[in-house]
Design a protein around this ligand. Structure first.
Ligand code: AQP
Length: 332
């Protein structure tokens, strides 16, 4: 049976990249799969989080799922720390994963930066916890943005090594689901950097709760080049900022980049940007408004998370039990 698992870190500033690379696909997949979607708060604390803000951000992730169209009756929505299987399995995977594998993880290198010695042990072990998130449910498919591909390869390596070491077929080899025209949305200020929650510049990203004025200001300021929009997708290859805006338009309009170029080839970005603004406002207006409404009703959001955690435990607890028995722990 196919089962989907994915998550978003509650680190604030949920943005267009999180939506187009992940959350929107979560909504589409729930029609055909059993889906489990998580606010990965244990991942969030791998870098410092203010406790009060973290609580709000966990609810914000749940609100973003709901406002985007994830149906809490059909899919499971919960907070990672409320299901202990994640932490338990992560420890076992810490003993399966090899240091050499983790040393290759580019996200750790980027996030730790030059000050590696001062990074938390949790940041280093992040991919092992991510493998546990997925495999605690024996999920088979994981919708993510392109930046998570390497971590999913590590999840496969961990699953395979566990199965080989213990001579079992406990874990499936997960498949990434990376689809859509915007699997890697870039910063609006720098086409070589991905759009990110932690970028110090607010102008680098459009957040899900930005109103029409903010969207318009940010897109007006978005970096482009002086050339008009080209006719062919190949001609965007050396123009990262132009390619990014065309990709965002295509994803929001459910078109291909080629279709967008067919419509706008020859136009300047000064005339393309207002069209993109209009489209972004049309798509995000209702989502942002619904998120704000849900954030003002934390009681409802908490009830969704509580119900989700209960349903998640029903799936994960027997898996943890099976793993503990396999490893040789005494299971009472
Ligand atoms: N720029 C992006 N384009 C497409 N997809 C993206 N995702 C993130 N950024 C982009 C996808 O969103 C999902 C949730 O990401 P996350 O919150 O778990 O962590 P992240 O990848 O570290 O996201 P950020 O926004 O870049 O946060 P910070 O700044 O804290 O590192 C994932 O599926 C991810 O691929």
């Amino acid at each position: 049976m196919s089962r989907i698992f994915s998550g978003v870190q509650p680190t604030g500033n949920l943005h267009l990249g999180n939506y187009l690379g992940a959350i929107r696909n979560f909504v589409r997949l729930q029609e055909d799969y059993e889906c489990i979607y998580c606010a990965v708060d244990m991942h969030a604390i791998t870098v410092w989080q203010d406790p009060e803000e973290l609580r709000g951000n966990i609810r914000e992730v749940a609100a973003a799922y709901l406002a985007s169209g994830v149906d809490p009756k059909k899919s499971i929505i919960f907070a990672q720390s409320n299901v202990s299987a994640h932490a338990e399995l992560a420890w076992i995977f810490n003993c399966v994963a090899r240091l050499g594998w983790l040393n290759r993880m580019t996200q750790f290198k980027e996030k730790a930066g030059k000050n590696r010695e001062n990074a938390s042990l949790g940041l280093y072990a992040y991919p092992s916890l991510m493998a546990a998130d997925i495999l605690a449910y024996k999920a088979t498919h994981v919708p993510v943005g392109e930046d998570q591909k390497q971590h999913l390869e590590l999840t496969r390596d961990i699953a395979q090594k566990f199965n080989n070491d213990y001579g079992t077929e406990t874990f499936p080899l997960v498949e990434p689901l990376i689809f859509g025209e915007a699997t890697r949305v870039m910063s609006l200020r720098d086409g070589s950097k991905k759009m990110s929650k932690s970028d110090p510049s607010d102008y680098s990203r459009i957040t899900l709760t930005d109103g029409p004025d903010e969207i318009s200001k940010k897109l007006k300021k978005a970096r482009t080049d002086a050339e008009p929009i080209p006719e062919k997708v190949e001609d965007l290859a050396e123009r990262p900022e132009a390619s990014n805006l065309v990709g965002i338009y295509a994803a929001l309009a459910d078109m291909t980049k080629a279709d967008v170029l067919a419509e706008y080839a020859g136009s300047q970005f000064s005339s393309f940007k207002p069209a993109l603004t209009e489209l972004a406002v049309e798509k995000f207006g209702p989502i942002g408004a619904e998120m704000k409404r849900l954030m003002a009703d934390p009681g409802y959001v908490d009830s969704v998370l509580k119900d989700g955690a209960e349903r998640a435990r029903v799936i994960a607890d027997p898996v943890i039990r099976e793993v503990k028995e396999t490893v040789g722990f005494l299971v009472s």
